[in-house]
Design a protein around this ligand. Sequence first.
Ligand code: BGC
Length: 348
Amino acid sequence: MKITKSFFGKINEESEVELFTLLNDNQVSVKITNYGGIVTSIVTPDKNGELDNIACGFDKLETYLSADYLGGYPYFGVICGRCCNRIANGKFTVEGKKYSLATNDGPNHLHGGIVGFDRRLWKADAIKGRDTVGVKMSYFSPDMEEGYPGNATITCTYTLTNNNELILEYTAVTDQTTVVNLTNHTYFNLTGGKKQILDHELELNAKSYTEGVNLIPTGKILPVEGTPLNFLHKKKLKKDIADLETGYDDNFVLDNPEGKLVHAGQLSEGTTGRTVDVYTTQPGIQLYTGYWIPELTIDGEKKFGRYSGVALETQHYPDSINKPEFPSVTLAPKQKFYEKTIYTFGTK
Ligand code: BGC
């Protein structure tokens, strides 16, 4: 197991950005930068031992900062927060006090606002365990940043094991009651970006989903049975996708009321044999099939575009702060926020 640190670029005169490369004994490697806590690359072997990057990302910081990319910003690989996904109209009330957040998705607040955790520079410390390598990212989010109450300290630790697991652990503490919902926004393409994700197969251990109107939950939890959202048995992403105007962008309800670590599902791809199993302590998972991923020209080559990656975002449900019937996303002083997600990479 090995961890190396390199210079990734500068976001301004003072701030140098780092890139960490975690490598295990099975040739699995994961690159993570402290800019946005972005997972820029995940290299895994396919069934024949061929190595390829299965995460949408770039090898240069400047591409993450480019106008082209940010114009149709798909949040490749980032940590989303302070509250991931949407808050309707950017408004909520906590302890009788009304708050108005930055809105950056039509009338709504998305993934933490205009400058969310995805565009912050995190403090990063390399960690070397006996059979693991990792990076601990920390970020101090001041009171009223993007409109959220409370000084909050957030950590996200990424650990790679020799069992080909990438473990993500989040913690948060605050000095005033606030909203915290954290996810990682990695998009997978198990062909290494050679084909669209439509032939990928997905199985999700979710019997229900949160009904949405314009991507905001109505509050109703409905069964997936008899709908295109039924992934209880493995099926290709393309099977029912034509029934949906812009592909999948839905929050599934995992049977996980107590926040145990549960198996959320498995993504797989036949030609390469690659699999990704997802385990989480969170109650929900957003399936987003990347309808709006922009096509980019990188070093003269056209890359990405619609359906070039699929995100499996473990999270609390969207707009939970306005839905008392959903699992809570408030964090009070003295409470400790902890969530864990594991992506396990395999072949079959
Ligand atoms: C959201 C999508 C959004 C995408 C990129 C996903 O988490 O559910 O609606 O387009 O992130 O921002």
